[in-house]
Each structure stands twice: as C-alpha cells, then as structure tokens.
Design a protein around this ligand. Structure first.
Ligand SMILES: [Zn+2]
Ligand SMILES: [Zn+2]
Length: 416
C-alpha cells in the first residue's frame, strides 16, 4: 500500500497486473514553420520597435513546442496615433485602406513578403486603433481569427509602448488569434468570459500580461511544483470546473481554491470565475463550465501555407483599463507583479491528473488518467502527477518508474 500526501514525492511502487496504455495525442503534434513580418511605428519620444529579446522570447516559446518561428523585423513605417477604420463602415479594420494611416494602406505599401512562395503573417507594432464603433481603443492589439494580419498596439500602456513583457506576450497573443485561438478555449467566449483561469495560456486575459506561471502562483491556483511557463499557449491538461457547482476543496485539482473569496472552503459554491471582470471574487457574468484546451494542437492544425484563409472574425484584446483591473484585484493578496521578460527554458514534464473520469460538482479533467499506472505509462518524464483523493486498485506487478513527482494536493490517496 502506498499513500500519497500533499507535497510528498514518491518514486516507485508495484501493483498486480500490467495495464496497457492506449496512446492518446500526447505530444504528437507535427513540427511546423511559421513566418511573421513585423513593421513598427516610431516618433519623437517613443518607438514601438520590439527588441530582439522580445522576439526571441516568442521564438523560444514556439521552439519549446517543437515549431520553428521565423520573424523578419523589417522596417519602420510612419507613426500614426490611431489606425482608423472606414468611417462609413466600422466593422472591418484590416480590410480598410482608404487613408494613409489605415492598416490596409500601410500593408499595401510595406508588406514585403506578400507574394512569397511561403506564407507570411504581417504585423504592425503601432500605437492605437479604432474599435468597431470607430472610436479610439485602449486595446493591446487586434488580430484576425484565423488569418494573416494582426497589430500590437500598446500606446495606452506603460511608456506608450508597454513593457518588454507586454510586447512579447501580446505578440504571442495576437499571433495566436491568427492561428485560430480565442480568449477562452471555445469558439464563442460569451459564456466563458475572457478571463478563464483554467485556460493557463497567454490567450486568457488572466494570464496575457501578468504571465501564466506568475499568475497561477500568486492567485493560489497551484504550488511551485506546477509546470507552467510565463508566456505559452495552453497544453490542455487542466481539469474543467463548473461555475454552477465549484468544489473549493478540490479547487484546480492542484490545490484548493477559495473561488468565492469568503475565507473558507466549501464543497459546492456557485461563482462566475471566468469573466465579467478581472477575476473571480466579484465577477457577475454567466456561469458555465470552464475548460482547458490543447491550444498547441489547434496551432498545429492551422494550415500555415499559401491558401485563401476564411477569416471568421477580428478579435480585439485586453485594454489598459482591464489590465489595471487585473493588477488592482490582486493587490490585497500581495499583488501579481509582472515577471521580467526572459527567454524561458523549455519545461520538462507536464501537469498530469489522476482521477475518475466523471466527478460530480467538480468537473472533469480534459485528459485524465483513471489509475496511477496509466499515468505512469502515459505521462512524459519529469511530470507532476496529481492524484485525486481516494483509493485506487493498483495491486500487481507493474513498476511505476517514470521520473515524476506524485502529489495528492487535497487529501490522501491510497493504493491497494
Ligand atoms: Zn506611438
Ligand atoms: Zn485577444
């Protein structure tokens, strides 16, 4: 019998019979090459040109997922405070070329790789743009989903250019829209909201500018052992939670979470934690099931080769006001100060969950293992394996020898 307690690492144990693991889509995504041409605006006093450090952070993010990202930091274009939309039709931003300051005119004059045999995305690091009411927006950027074009516009942010972290994370975020990603993991984010904490991704407003790992830790959603990077798309391993009936004792499966912020942990609370405002304590939006998705598999499925793209939508992104709200909300708890931008090392292993497929009132894992033996054979080396409290049948001759750390974050798990 082996007992897992919170925070205890366990090496190996034996059980009664070998269990064959049927291979799932673990790490099987194909390697792709993506290309972005970036032009930038600059004027007296500030430049929107991203540094090589900013670009390298995003190139490294793709490299860690097995992909090649090629960025051509190409040329300066004239600085306009606001890139406008067609005053007679505020719906389309990227399709308008009627003024010199418009994205379309800048693209027509400066997109050098437009006719290349390889498919290139085109991005302008600019100041601001007009929203779909033709009013100046304080948004960090705008991207076609899916598509070829996006802008990073941090003119309302720190120093009118944003921090280096803002620039790198927003570059990854807007490019993610081109690669068919949204803010919540679903096609339509009306119910889930833009702040899905279960989607541990630069695509969620909860993590875009505050960093994924940094925000997971400072909001108490996991312990230091959890495998997250600061700038990343989600790997889709987190368990779903149902906002109608949250089990605070189980929390994220990685640690209990006081979702309704009442200072105690209850087994069944209703709370909007994914939208309406920056976090969960005061959120009053629609309650729904929040899920994680494997965004890297979506990225791999995007056919980044010369072909006509059926653009579904243009997605506008977190505003300076919304980012200030994210920061304000965590001040009482000591704050979630932004991490310093660095080229992150690739993370070995994954967060892996062991538990029943269906757990009433606690949601389900996107890709759970029902026994420790299955997790041992299916998880990558160096994973953190979270075992839901309970008793598991594992008697037999299987050796669990995967280099991994086994944790039961919310109680005790017993093997018999
Ligand atoms: Zn500017
Ligand atoms: Zn966005």
């Amino acid at each position: 019998m082996k007992v897992y307690k919170r925070g205890h690492a366990v090496g190996t144990f034996r059980s009664a019979f070998a269990v064959l693991f049927v291979a799932a889509s673990w790490g099987s995504a194909s390697a792709d090459t993506f290309r972005i041409e970036i032009d930038w605006m600059q004027t007296a006093g500030h430049s929107h040109q991203p540094s090589q450090t900013v670009l390298n952070a995003v190139i490294q993010m793709f490299a860690c997922a097995g992909h090649t990202l090629i960025i051509d930091l190409d040329e300066e274009v004239p600085h306009y405070n606001v890139m406008p939309r067609n005053p007679d039709n505020c719906d389309s931003f990227f399709g308008y070329s009627g003024e010199a300051a418009s994205f379309g005119a800048l693209r027509n004059g400066n997109f050098d790789h437009a006719g290349d045999a390889n498919f290139w995305h085109y991005c302008i690091f600019g100041h601001q743009y007009e929203d779909d009411n033709c009013a100046t927006s304080g948004s960090s950027g705008l991207g076609q989903r899916p598509g070829q074009y996006f802008v990073v516009t941090l003119g309302s942010f720190s120093g009118q250019t944003g921090t280096a972290f803002d620039q790198a994370s927003t570059l990854a975020h807007e490019f993610g829209h081109n690669l068919n990603l949204t803010h919540c993991g679903q096609d339509d984010c009306d119910a889930e909201g833009n702040y899905n904490p279960i989607l541990t991704s630069t695509m969620s407003y909860r993590y875009q500018l505050g960093g994924v790992r940094n925000n997971v830790l400072c909001n108490g959603l996991a312990g230091e052992e959890a495998k997250f990077k600061e700038i990343d798309y989600s790997h889709g391993r987190n368990c779903s939670v149902n906002e109608v009936a949250l089990n605070e004792n189980i929390g994220t499966y990685m640690t209990p979470v006081d979702w309704d912020c009442d200072g105690s942990f209850e087994g069944n609370v209703a709370q909007d934690i994914g939208g309406g405002n920056a976090g969960w304590c005061g959120a009053t939006g629609t309650k729904s099931t929040l899920s994680d998705v494997n965004e890297w598999s979506i990225v791999s499925a995007f056919n980044d080769s010369p072909h006509p793209i059926q653009v579904i939508e243009e997605i506008s992104c977190i505003t300076a006001e919304e980012w200030e709200q994210v920061q304000r909300e965590t001040e009482a708890a000591g704050g979630c100060s932004q991490p310093t931008l660095a080229v992150e090392g690739c993370v070995a292993g994954e967060n892996v969950f062991v538990g029943p497929l269906v757990v009433v009132n606690a949601g389900t894992c996107t890709f759970p293992f029902s026994t420790p033996a299955l997790a041992d054979s299916g998880a990558p080396n160096n994973s953190i394996i979270y075992v839901k409290p309970g008793t598991y049948d594992a008697a037999g001759a299987v050796t669990l020898d995967k280099p991994a750390t086994w944790m039961c974050p919310t109680g005790t798990a017993t093997l018999r």
